[in-house]
Write a protein that binds this ligand. Structure first.
Ligand code: FES
Length: 372
């Protein structure tokens, strides 16, 4: 099989994060600061990525601003010729640091928001004061001329505020907003019953996005990420396993997607031991679900198999226990009924969050420590 080069690389610079969002898609078992790649190794990875054909680098986490060397990393990525996108909560960024990032060649920022009202936003983030700080960061970014995308993860606790979230993004000067229904991987799966909206709420949100897309044409672009649990066909997760992009964990393991480590039995190679190009082409984890040979029915004979690639392997494993099964988001998947059952069960749930905490012991990392 000929393997085209990847277009994107998501660098999980750290799993440290001051927020405690219940929809966090990072794994249950977070990596420690002591195991993180150092500056020189990350920059070597960026250079190898550019040589391999990667065009876009997403600097992510956890909270990437928790890395003291974020400016240096950005400069190294820009020097390698990569388009750099910072995916951030904004916590840990101030005017001086943002200016330094812009000077280092940062191309774009994706800023997460939880709600339009501070009390609700801070409750969702599990961090007092997050809402106000994010608004300040958004304004400073726009003043610096950095293109801003607002990333609003949608769930039951904020779905009624989609109209206001989009209008606020316009007020903040964002060029784009991602209205993205929560995905249920990693920590988010623990909170599925508290987060899943109803079918009526999802239908209303879709109508709201369509209305606003027409009304605000030219003012902002709205990207809508549909919810798997209300889908007829699955999303082409990662544009197909091992087809377009890769993730590098804080300690250097290279994954086909951010949740791949939830699938047992896969072997992930590390940038500490092998060049990125060899990992992309030869690692057992990347080759496990490339192409369509691994597929079972109904995917194997499905005319959509080159469109959605069987959906999401991680979701298939999380719900059916076997990653080779069709993603249950597909109406033809034998397990599709379990999605409806989860939605029904969620409507009866009280909606209390299990917050994501950084430390394995369950203790909250003080914000100041997480930012240093
Ligand atoms: Fe892993 Fe979809 S998140 S394949």
């Amino acid at each position: 099989m000929s393997i085209a080069p990847p277009l994107g690389l998501l660098a999980e610079l750290t799993h440290r994060c001051p927020l405690a969002c219940p929809y966090c898609s990072n794994p249950l078992d977070l990596e420690r600061r002591s195991g993180e790649l150092d500056t020189a190794t990350w920059i070597r990875v960026f250079e190898e990525a550019a040589a391999l054909g990667v065009l876009q680098l997403h600097l992510s986490g956890g909270e990437p601003a928790a890395r003291a060397d974020l400016v240096e990393l950005t400069r190294g990525a820009a020097r390698a010729g990569l388009y750099t996108n910072l995916i951030t909560s904004g916590i840990g960024l101030d005017g001086a640091r943002l200016e330094a990032l812009a000077g280092a060649g940062l191309d774009h920022v994706q800023l997460s928001v939880q709600h339009v009202r501070a009390e609700e936003a801070d409750l969702i983030a599990g961090f007092a004061g997050a809402h106000a700080r994010k608004r300040g960061v958004a304004r400073e970014l726009v003043e610096l001329g950095l293109p801003l995308t607002i990333n609003a993860v949608i769930h039951r606790a904020n779905i009624a505020a989609v109209d206001e979230l989009v209008r606020e993004a316009v007020d903040l000067g964002a060029r784009r907003i991602e209205v993205a229904h929560s995905q249920y991987y990693g920590w988010a799966l623990k909170n599925r019953a508290a987060l899943l909206p109803s079918a009526a709420q999802v239908a209303e949100t879709r109508a709201t996005v369509e209305r606003l897309s027409a009304e605000l044409l030219g003012a902002i672009v709205i990207d809508y990420v549909a919810p798997d649990y209300f889908a007829r066909f699955p999303k082409p997760c990662m544009n197909g396993w091992g087809r377009r992009s890769m993730n590098v964990t804080p300690s250097g393991r290279v994954l086909p997607c951010h949740a791949a480590e939830t699938i047992p039995g896969l072997t992930f190679w590390s940038v500490r031991e092998r060049p990125l190009a060899a990992i992309w082409r030869e690692s057992p984890a990347f080759n496990a679900f490339r192409g369509s040979e691994w597929m079972r029915e109904p995917c194997r004979s499905c005319p959509r198999k080159e469109i959605d690639f069987g959906g999401c392997r991680c979701q298939a494993f999380a719900i059916t226990g076997d990653p080779r099964n069709a993603d249950p988001a597909c109406a033809y998947a034998p397990a599709h009924g379990s999605m409806d059952a989860a939605v029904a069960a969620a409507q009866a749930s009280a909606g209390a969050f299990a917050y994501r905490r950084y430390t394995r012991s369950g203790e909250r990392v003080p914000a100041a420590a997480a930012e240093s």
